[in-house]
Design a protein around this ligand. Structure first.
Ligand code: LIP
Length: 264
């Protein structure tokens, strides 16, 4: 088996273990809630427990790899591989017992995302990919929906936890609503990227993510045939993410640009 497939299998197994623990805890225990970057940015004891479980697993299986995690994990490595972990992506959904949250684990080498898993326990779905080996949900291969026309496109987006900074993006999305089929806000970036991969939405775009929201979902979407770029069609960065089919991509770049223009 290739290194990429090996790392994917590690991501799948650790995501399943952590996700099942968090789901079981959420259904059977009491939630302890704290705020982080803003009064609406929540963290629960399961975010921390999930990250601890994943980092302990990686320390055992991949002791020479670097780790970056949303809840503070930060380990230097010597192998050239870095793991980006979101122990619960969509913590607000998790808190409200909405099913669209996931454990996201992605590995990057010097060429970019190499392997990843996005596990949504409440949906019973394990999305995974290894570079050059395609993307799957459970054991079914994934492929993007071949939509070419923005007026027929179902678009997903997300909003920052910094409520006072939401205005410009809200205005952009409001303008887009006049052009596209409709807009969705799922609440977990990793799931949005996997839903592009699965053809459940036609495009996803968002600003202000972090690497742990992006890496695994980016690979899954790319392996399913999506273009994943910044809003201008250049190399994707967590600060600016657009994912959609190659056919839709130039139209989405134009639509984002037009919707971002100041209104006269
Ligand atoms: C969240 C994302 C969500 C985005 C939020 C936040 P968290 O991740 O996945 O889609 O809009 O700003 O980053 O914090 O729940 O892991």
């Amino acid at each position: 088996m290739s290194v990429a497939a090996d790392l994917r299998d590690i991501a799948v197994s650790l995501a399943r273990e952590a996700g099942d623990m968090a789901l079981h805890g959420r259904k059977n225990g009491t939630l302890t809630l704290h705020t982080k970057s803003s009064p609406v940015d929540m963290v629960t004891q399961y975010d921390k427990a999930s990250e601890d479980m994943i980092t302990a697993g990686l320390a055992k299986l991949r002791p020479h790899d670097a780790i970056v995690g949303e809840e503070g994990a930060s380990t230097a490595g010597t192998s050239g591989i870095t793991w980006h972990i979101d122990p619960i992506d969509g913590t607000t959904n998790f808190m409200y017992d909405l099913p669209t949250w996931a454990v996201s684990i992605g590995a990057v080498d010097e060429h970019g995302p190499l392997a990843g898993a996005v596990y949504a326990p409440a949906l019973g779905e394990m999305f995974s990919a290894a570079r050059g080996n395609g993307a799957h949900v459970n054991h079914t291969p994934l492929a993007v929906r071949r939509c070419e026309d923005v007026s027929q496109a179902l678009i997903a987006t997300g909003f920052s936890y910094n409520v006072s900074g939401r205005g410009p993006h809200a205005q952009r999305v409001a303008r887009m609503l006049m052009t596209v089929r409709d807009v969705r806000r799922m609440g977990a970036a990793a799931i949005d990227l996997c839903f592009v991969a699965a053809g459940r939405i036609d495009a996803y775009f968002e600003e202000g993510l972090n690497s742990w929201d992006l890496v695994a979902g980016q690979l899954i979407a790319t392996e399913a045939g999506a273009f994943v770029t910044n809003f201008h069609g250049d190399a994707v960065v967590p600060e600016q993410v657009l994912a959609c089919s190659p056919e839709l991509h130039p139209h989405m770049v134009r639509l984002i640009e037009e919707s971002t223009q100041p209104q006269t």
